[in-house]
Design a protein around this ligand. Structure first.
Ligand code: G3H
Ligand code: 13P
Ligand code: NA
Ligand code: ZN
Length: 328
């Protein structure tokens, strides 16, 4: 059986570790994550975006995750809606068997326009009330993700076109976070702490501190019962950029969030760490290599086997470094 985000992260908080939340769109990603978790005995958060539900179908995704739970009976699994944009998306996820939803009210329902604080409180509180009736957990988001280096807001957060943002605009305000959690009763809160979505987070190798740790620390101290979530947590490793580019890819040089920075975040109260881009790069790099090394190959399994292995290695590393290994 699947467990809720609340159950899973309460344990993480008690024991002081972080849980990677990997995005899932298909069976192969699910197998890679669960094989890694089984190797190191880690609990698992699988999250599906609206795009994932459109790609595979909600019924199909739920069935894949059900099969994974049956195949790996000792591993606790939470199935979470990533970036739900309205009530319908969140409630249909729960009805379809998800045990947790993110109501991302930092954006209007069109998912492009930054929302007002009142809109966010209103819609997130409404979803939380309904989700809690049926035992599902809720993650809210407060603030505007974006890079402190570039001053660029996250395009997925609707701030990409607004020009350079100040540090204040790029970080969640702790007073507002306290009010927001009191008003909405969310179980987990995504905060803006200097990260952004996608592969292109930083133009230079970040030296020193990438994350606004004082913000994390203060919110954690004032809201010890709410689990902090870090979006945009891919590290965009150089070895995966090299793997892709050595086999016909053309990704411009870029830098992600160093894993040491995530470890620092976990020490200060981050419990859920969202990772999609790194998994995509691992699979794509391995598939590109196979295509170039064996141009006569046309059995898709021959592409998927190394793709799953590369993603599995990535997932295993994150379970270990976030302290989730041994906690299943
Ligand atoms: O935050 C977004 C996740 O990386 C999911 O991306 O909407 O393309 O599935 P997607
Ligand atoms: P990345 O693009 O850094 O992997 O972030 C994923 C994410 O935050 C999903 O919600
Ligand atoms: Na957002
Ligand atoms: Zn996200």
């Amino acid at each position: 059986a699947l467990i809720s985000l609340r159950q899973l992260l309460d344990h993480a908080a008690e024991q002081g570790y972080g849980v990677p939340a990997f995005n899932i769109n298909n069976m192969e990603q699910g197998l890679a994550i669960l094989q890694a978790a089984a190797e190191v005995d880690a609990p698992v958060i699988l999250q599906a975006s609206k795009g994932a539900r459109n790609y595979a179908g909600t019924v199909m995704l739920r069935a894949i995750v059900g099969a994974l739970a049956e195949q790996y009976p000792r591993i606790p699994i939470c199935l979470h809606q990533d970036h739900g944009n309205d009530e319908a998306t969140c409630l249909s996820a729960i009805q379809g068997g998800f045990t947790s939803v993110m109501m991302d009210g930092s954006l209007e329902a069109d998912a492009k326009t930054p929302a007002s604080y009142d809109y966010n409180v209103d819609i997130t509180g409404r979803v939380a009330r309904m989700a809690h009736w049926v035992g599902a957990s809720v993650e809210g988001e407060l603030g505007c993700l974006g890079s402190l280096e570039t001053g660029m807001g996250d395009k997925e957060d609707g701030h990409g076109a607004e020009g350079k943002l100040s540090e204040d605009q790029l970080l969640t305000d702790p007073d507002e976070a306290v009010q927001f959690v009191r008003a909405t009763h969310v179980d987990a809160l995504a905060i803006a702490m200097g990260t952004s979505h996608g592969a292109y987070k930083f133009t230079k190798q970040p030296t020193g501190e990438v994350l606004a740790m004082r913000v994390v620390e203060e919110i954690h101290r004032r809201l010890p019962g709410v689990h902090l979530v870090m979006h945009g947590s891919s590290s965009v490793p150089q070895y995966l950029q090299d793997l892709i580019n050595a086999h016909g890819g053309e990704m411009p040089q870029t830098f992600g969030v160093p894993v040491e920075e995530i470890e620092r975040g976990i020490r200060h109260g981050v419990r859920k760490v969202n990772i999609d881009t790194d998994c995509r790069m691992a699979m794509t790099g391995a598939m590109r290599k196979l295509a170039q090394d064996k141009p006569t190959e046309f059995d898709p399994r021959k592409f998927m086997i190394p793709a799953m292995a590369e993603m599995q290695a990535l997932c295993r590393d994150r379970f270990e470094r976030f302290g989730a290994a041994g906690q299943a």
